[in-house]
Design a binder for this molecule. Structure first.
Ligand SMILES: Cc1ncc(COP(=O)(O)O)c(C=O)c1O
Length: 381
């Protein structure tokens, strides 16, 4: 199947009990057994371990990422945490130096006393990255494009190095989605998603996912998921699965609206900088062209000479865009990373990375682009 067909049918079958075209929401915590240890259906005993609505979603996730196995979690961070739990004291992890604030907080604070050592590096500096690898290096973690500065990492280039050294390589594919980029095809071992974002697509659910094409990795991660219990509920799984069915249609519009808005902002007198990988002068444009089908609907802007007060005023002046955390839904959102999504990163580190106080992040939705442009015009004026 091609991608657009996979979003609708990939890994799916009609409900065997009723023929229902959409998988029913199996809102049950447990499943009957005919005698002890003999469940009526051998696949289902207890919903932390497995639930048919979740299985349907996990099959869909594996299919759209060209993986063999998928796992669904109660949030994106729960998915990341599951992966981190598979490492032990003395292991080392190399991560990209521009990450979603919550991921960074988990790495630097929750796992601070775990004995796992984290290195943060600019993944475009391949020599520096290589110099950090040693015999304890067990995982390379990248987000591409990054939240919020839209930096990219060359997945194929990094995979060549990790494969050679037998290091696991995981990619947070939340911003790109498999519509734009397929990390497993490019050599990564694990794909992670905040399914809260584009996969769900309607800002009505918080969920996460891990996808792999390696059975041994899957078994390890599934054991942790079942043992630690970060599983999502069946209704949430249903919602993400419904979202995935229109992923390709939504992404097409996110990309075309994103392009028009990025171009409008680039020449706006009140904008100092626009971060969007579709511009030929974006430092990672060639990587974007190589590994992404299009450039997405995520854009960050720096307001020219704006104080924090000016920035807040503009962020609060939108009528169509909503000022809110999160991204990837059908509706356009605006976010102030320094005080919202990335507030958990210390100010000095935020400033060093470029997450300055006059930076705003736009998640361009699928509305009529003329209305979005008009809204930007009035808010900026
Ligand atoms: C790139 C990225 N990764 C991971 C996460 C965490 O996902 P969740 O909020 O579903 O836990 C987010 C959330 O904003 C994100 O933007």
């Amino acid at each position: 199947m091609k991608f657009n067909t996979k979003t609708i049918h990939g890994g799916q079958h009609h409900d065997p009990a009723t023929g229902a075209v959409m998988p029913p929401v199996y809102q049950t915590s447990t499943f009957v057994q005919t005698s002890p240890g003999q469940p009526l259906n051998p696949d289902y005993e207890y919903s932390r371990a497995a639930n048919p609505t979740r299985s349907a979603l996990e099959n869909a996730l594996a299919s759209i990422e060209n993986g063999t196995r998928g796992l669904a979690f109660s949030s994106g961070l729960a998915a990341t945490d599951c992966l981190l739990r598979s490492f032990k004291s003395g292991d080392e992890i190399i991560a990209m130096d521009d990450l979603y604030g919550g991921t960074y907080r988990m790495f630097t604070r929750i796992y601070k006393d775990s004995g796992i050592k984290f290195h943060f590096v600019d993944m475009n500096n391949i020599e520096k990255f290589k110099s950090l690898i040693n015999e304890n290096t067990k995982l390379v973690w990248v987000e591409t494009p990054t939240n919020p500065l839209m930096k990219l990492a060359d997945i194929q280039e990094i995979a060549k190095i990790t494969k050679n050294k037998k290091i696991l390589f995981a990619v947070d594919n939340t911003f790109a989605t498999p519509y734009l980029q397929k990390p497993l095809d490019l050599g990564a071992d694990i794909v992670m998603h905040s399914a809260t974002k584009y996969l769900g697509g309607h800002s009505d659910v918080v969920m996460g996912a891990l996808i792999t094409n390696d059975d041994a990795i899957f078994d390890k991660l599934y054991f942790i998921l079942n043992s630690c219990g970060a599983n999502p509920g069946p209704m949430d799984c249903f919602l993400v699965m419904r979202g995935i069915k229109t992923l390709h249609l939504r992404m097409e519009r996110h990309c075309s609206n994103g392009r028009k808005i990025a171009e409008y902002l680039k020449t706006h007198p009140k904008i100092e900088k626009v971060y969007w990988p579709g511009f030929t002068d974006h430092p990672n444009h060639l990587i974007a062209k190589k590994q992404m089908k299009d450039f997405g609907g995520m854009i960050s802007i720096v307001l020219k000479g704006a104080s924090l007060e000016d920035t807040f005023k503009i962020a609060s002046s939108f009528k169509v865009f909503s000022l809110a955390e999160s991204l990837g839904g059908v509706e356009s959102l605006i976010n102030h990373p320094a005080t919202m999504t990335h507030a958990s990163i210390p100010k000095a580190e935020r400033d060093k990375a470029g997450v300055v106080e006059n930076l705003l992040r736009l998640s361009v939705g699928v509305e009529d682009v003329e209305d979005l442009l008009e809204d930007l015009k009035q808010a900026l004026s």
